[in-house]
Design a protein around this ligand. Structure first.
Ligand SMILES: Nc1nc2c(c(=O)[nH]1)N[C@H]1C(S)=C(S)[C@@H](COP(=O)(O)OP(=O)(O)OC[C@H]3O[C@@H](n4cnc5c(=O)[nH]c(N)nc54)[C@H](O)[C@@H]3O)O[C@H]1N2
Ligand SMILES: Nc1nc2c(c(=O)[nH]1)N[C@H]1C(S)=C(S)[C@@H](COP(=O)(O)OP(=O)(O)OC[C@H]3O[C@@H](n4cnc5c(=O)[nH]c(N)nc54)[C@H](O)[C@@H]3O)O[C@H]1N2
Ligand code: SF4
Ligand SMILES: [Mo]
Length: 700
């Protein structure tokens, strides 16, 4: 046995980028703790980090390619796998056109240096426009707002949580999720710090979440009504003549048009629909106006809904007109060391609407189509029909709306490949699964999350363990497929080479930023608090903020229609929303025993009054049905959920035959996305409307 060693790295599971200290001996991990010397996370970590060793040791995890045959899965060599894939995919593209091949990219791609670097050339080599990703079940409305208001989809403002005096959280549960589009390890600690310095935190959510319980105030809101709330608060700002653009005066266009528009949304008119009293709405607006610094942060709950586009636009508007934009304590822009916008030209025309999806005509944006149309694009015959698919680190059968129907669609494909570490609900439909290395076997650098971080920091993590000889990294797999599909040599380029170049050419390059500097500083380097930088970073052609882009004006009639809509469908009287759990990350971490053992967490939360009406008791198994499917699930009764709303966890449903996740199968739960409806989308951005799915409950 050799000596015990210590390795420092960032956790790659969620957006928080926690620094970890890992003790190990040979190839055995002895302990994983928060790295006290990480200048950003300062020793914080959540229970998921310790499971990194479980993923590393997991006997179910694939390490060599497998192929589906009539009698089951067989191991095959990498060479055989690549040869078959290239042959099949090329033949399909030859017969049906380049776009007959589609790609679905899942969430872990954003947490992988190699994948983030090599997806672009990979896509290029495949030559298809049919790219789909988890972004359209998540943050797409943020990108659209950033694109139309600030000129670049990646120029997304983040809440300056460490300096704000007032934080209004709409549809986010960062105490559990650890923050999203807001990289901030230990959100709980940061929230408490707001309170300690005399500030206030308010949460608007149909559920009294853990974040809501810590906050100074919680307001229940009816699902999918946030756009009205935001319009009414903005109305109050104009009504009180409190528009205060501060240093952005002269840089913001569309203020007068906006003033006209919001006249139609006084709090009194929206209160009933929103489920929040008019006086409470105007108080929220007054508090935002009065605080020395304030920030409105709206997230998943306000994005994955029918008006996600409007919500994210209005959130930016609210911050801008209350003088809380590009200023300490407000919504600010990070300046990452690896800047994805380094080569982004001012006035560059975005891809929004460059294409429309073939069947439903939903907009293409950011190089992709909304995943809600994937099943129909596979199933609808005609020119441009999708005949083959590659999934990369994604599990859309469990993660996308009407996932069970997508699974049926997969079975009609001519050929499917999955680059994935597990044989799961999605990859079991593939012809070949190619497993990359993962977690501690990989080097790590957070290209994306440094761009959404509440503090400018930078850190590189080397692999903890060398990969085994037969293993490949995801990026090497993509490189090899690309080379074979284009009949070229594999490029001799590594993620580290690109990273080093970007660091040297980036905003801190003049101060000596380089990969070597990061290697020499394994705990990471603090680059200081966010600074006002909108004037330097804005990418619109005229350098101005567009407060009222035409596409939002054009989307308002759709919202207004709802205002006049009669009482809801009696057949499906409840609104279903999803919740995140501290000990699971989306669909893939449930094969760790330490994370899933214990009580079944996959329960349907029902308000006591609703439970009484339906004579439901705690622990009872009931059927939940929607227009697209039904599941059987255990009831939990709690007044933390609003009456008329029910909630279940996302990412569960490991109860399917033919998968190989033996630990996950012991606590399988059911999939919420067997209930969510792929036809329910935010028509403006194409984002899936996961929240507010109409459902019915029935005792069995
Ligand atoms: N109803 C409802 N649905 C939701 C949500 C919700 O709140 N409610 N949330 C949505 C959100 S925000 C997101 S981001 C999506 C996530 O949707 P997906 O990205 O589709 O789901 P994940 O569970 O992240 O899938 C990760 C996949 O990658 C594999 N994997 C893990 N690590 C690696 C790796 O290192 N390399 C490779 N190649 N594969 C790896 C896993 O085995 C798994 O198959 O789900 C969305 N779906
Ligand atoms: N532990 C854990 N952490 C995670 C993940 C995980 O699976 N587990 N996933 C990661 C990923 S991929 C992401 S994108 C982030 C997401 O991070 P968050 O954005 O914080 O997402 P959620 O925790 O789903 O919180 C969404 C909240 O919106 C509320 N909500 C639902 N519908 C509505 C509505 O119509 N209006 C309003 N106002 N609220 C509504 C829900 O009750 C919920 O509390 O979390 C990341 N972190
Ligand atoms: S909060 Fe996220 S980044 Fe931090 S330890 Fe947990 S999973 Fe890892
Ligand atoms: Mo996400």
């Amino acid at each position: 046995m050799s000596e015990i060693k210590t390795h420092y790295r960032n956790c790659n599971i969620c957006e928080a980028m926690c620094g970890l200290e890992i003790k190990y001996q040979d190839k055995e991990i002895l302990s994983i703790k928060g790295d006290q010397q990480d200048p950003f996370s300062k020793g914080y970590n959540c229970p998921k980090a310790t499971a990194l060793q479980d993923f590393y040791n997991d006997e179910d995890r694939l390490k060599t390619p497998i192929r589906r045959t009539a009698t089951g899965w067989e191991d095959i060599s990498w060479d055989e796998a690549f040869a078959e894939i290239a042959e099949k995919l090329t033949a399909i593209q030859h017969a049906h056109g380049k776009n007959a091949l589609a790609v679905y990219l899942g969430n872990p791609n954003a947490h992988s240096l190699g994948n983030a670097m090599f997806l672009k050339p990979f896509m290029k080599s495949l030559g298809t426009i049919n790219r789909f990703s988890s972004a359209s079940t998540d943050q797409m409305p943020h990108h659209v707002a950033a694109n139309f208001m600030f000129g670049a989809g990646m120029l997304i403002p983040v809440p300056d949580i460490d300096r704000t005096d007032y934080m209004l959280i709409i549809g986010g549960n960062p105490v559990v999720s650890n923050g999203s589009m807001m990289t901030a390890p230990n959100v709980l600690g940061r929230m408490k710090a707001i309170q300690k310095r005399g500030g206030k935190v308010v949460v608007v959510d149909p559920c009294r979440t853990r974040t809501a319980k810590i906050a100074d105030q919680h307001l229940f809101i009816r699902p999918e009504k946030d756009a009205y709330l935001l319009l009414a608060m903005i109305h109050c700002v104009f009504e009180n003549n409190k528009v205060n653009l501060r240093h952005l005066a002269g840089m913001v266009e569309g203020v007068d048009q906006l003033a006209q528009l919001v006249k139609d949304y006084p709090p009194e008119d929206v209160a009933e629909l929103v489920g929040i009293e008019a006086s409470a709405i105007s108080t929220l607006a007054s508090e935002m106006m009065a605080a020395d610094s304030a920030v409105c942060y709206s997230r998943m709950g306000a994005s994955t809904q029918s008006f996600g586009g409007l919500c994210q636009w209005l959130t930016n508007v609210f911050n801008i007109i209350t003088g809380n934009f590009d200023r300490a304590g407000g919504a600010m822009f990070p300046q990452p060391a690896f800047d994805l916008l380094r080569n982004h030209k001012k006035g560059h025309k975005s891809s929004f609407g460059q294409y429309s999806s073939r069947v439903r005509k939903l907009p293409f944006f950011n190089g992709e189509f909304p995943v809600a149309v994937l099943a129909e694009e596979i199933l609808t015959p005609g020119d441009g029909q999708i005949k083959s698919l590659i999934t990369v680190a994604g599990n859309p059968v469990l993660s996308t709306p009407s996932g069970h129907k997508l699974a049926d669609a997969f079975d009609t494909l001519d050929y499917m490949v999955s680059i994935d570490i597990y044989l799961n609900e999605t990859t079991k439909h593939a012809n070949i699964i190619l497993p990359g290395t993962t977690g501690v076997e990989n080097s790590h650098f957070d290209i994306f999350f440094n761009s959404f971080s509440v503090r400018n920091t930078v850190k590189y993590s080397a692999p903890l363990f060398e990969k085994e000889d037969e293993q490949r990294t995801d990026w090497q797999i993509m490189q090899e497929i690309a080379a074979r599909m284009t009949d070229t040599q594999v490029q001799k380029i590594t993620p580290e080479m690109i990273l080093d170049m970007e660091l040297q050419k980036g905003a801190y390059g003049a101060q000596g930023m380089s990969l070597q500097k990061l290697v020499d500083n394994p705990h990471g380097i603090d680059l200081g608090p966010l600074k006002p930088c909108l004037e330097q970073r804005i990418k619109t052609a005229d350098g101005k903020v567009n407060l009222f882009p035409a596409l939002y004006r054009d989307d308002l009639p759709r919202l207004n229609k709802l205002m006049a809509k009669p009482a809801r469908d009696k057949q499906y009287p409840f609104d279903l929303i999803s919740r995140r759990l501290v000990k699971s990350h989306n669909t893939w971490t449930q094969n760790s025993d330490r994370l899933v053992k214990g009580k079944n967490p996959c329960t349907l939360e029902v308000h006591p009054i609703d439970a009484e009406k339906l004579s439901l008791v705690k622990g009872q198994i009931i059927r939940v049905s929607s227009t697209v499917g039904s599941v059987e699930i255990e009831v939990a009764i709690t007044d933390d959920i609003q009456q008329g709303v029910v909630s279940m966890p996302q990412g569960w449903g490991h109860n399917q035959k033919g998968t190989r996740m033996s630990v996950a199968a012991t606590q399988p739960g059911v999939s919420i996305n067997d209930l969510t409806d792929a036809d329910r989308v935010d028509l403006l951005t194409g984002n899936a409307a996961l929240n507010g799915t109409p459902v019915a409950l029935a005792a069995l």
